[in-house]
Design a protein around this ligand. Structure first.
Ligand SMILES: [Zn+2]
Length: 274
């Protein structure tokens, strides 16, 4: 599935195993709204629901209507636009919530890198992808060649490294990890937490890594040109970005300044160009 330029993403059936229900929380940060993913093996009874989204009755009802019997709710990370409705939804469906951060686990076990979730023939592999937040996970659906990335990779634009919980070094490591999976053809398509499906995972991950390297170069240049703090860097480097996004850009710049100050910038950046 792909969209023409400027066409709005509306969710719907994706591949053989997914329905994406779009939450009504569209904003500059959440793009078209949060993607709630319902995954089910063809012909199977039970589903897995990824990111129930905000606590919105109408949305949770639409998810329930599409989900049938739910084996488990799983979270890509704890940000409210993905997790707020999880507890209420799981209670309603009589299942648990699984997440990396124990604060979001409910009536079930947690989730960890390397785990495999199997439900009526559906296989979901958990890949730790910290960086946007420390608790960010991605889920690989081998049968679809797809990876659900939450906010680690979005359907449009770039994501925020949510300093101080989010860390740029970890984020770059996660992008490299996903790109390695795409290079090995373990993943071909990206099903993000916001915005449209990306049909070419390898291309998308390459451009995400390039974008991060360019931003780092711009931050270094802004500092060299006399910017004294993060807000001055934001005004210079994010001049092309709508001002409503500057608070988010501020977090990413702080993450970049920490990364550069740690001296990891040089080492890691050279590996971006390998
Ligand atoms: Zn998030």
């Amino acid at each position: 599935m792909s969209l023409g330029e400027g066409q709005r993403w509306r969710g719907g059936h994706v591949g053989e195993r997914a329905v994406c229900v779009l939450a009504p929380n569209s904003s500059p940060m959440t793009l078209d709204g949060t993607n709630t993913w319902i995954l089910r093996e063809p012909g199977a009874r039970r589903s897995v629901v990824v990111d129930p989204g905000p606590l919105d009755e109408g949305h949770l009802s639409r998810v329930a209507d599409n989900a049938g019997e739910v084996h488990a709710v799983v979270l890509t990370h704890g940000h409210a636009d993905h997790s707020e409705g999880a507890h209420v939804f799981a209670e309603r469906m009589g299942c648990g919530v699984r997440a990396l951060d124990p604060n979001f686990v409910y009536g079930s076990e947690g989730l960890h890198d390397g785990e495999v979730i199997e439900v009526d023939g559906l296989e979901l592999r958990v890949v730790g992808t910290p960086g946007h937040t420390s608790d960010s996970l991605s889920f690989v659906l081998p049968a679809e060649g797809a990876v659900l990335t939450g906010d680690t990779v979005l359907g449009r634009g770039s994501t925020v490294v949510a300093h101080p919980d989010g860390e740029l070094g970890a984020y770059l490591g996660s992008l490299h990890r996903l790109r390695d999976l795409a290079e090995a053809e373990a993943i071909k398509t990206i099903w993000p937490g916001h915005g449209p499906v990306l049909d070419n995972a390898l291309l998308a991950l390459g451009s995400y890594l390039r974008h991060r390297a360019e931003r780092l170069d711009q931050v270094r240049a802004a500092m060299a040109a006399g910017a004294n703090d993060a807000s001055e860097v934001v005004r210079t480097v994010y001049a092309d970005v709508d001002a409503s996004l500057w608070p988010a850009a501020m977090l990413s710049v702080q993450a970049q300044l920490v990364y550069l100050a740690q001296g990891s910038g040089l080492r890691r950046n050279s590996s971006l160009h390998e």
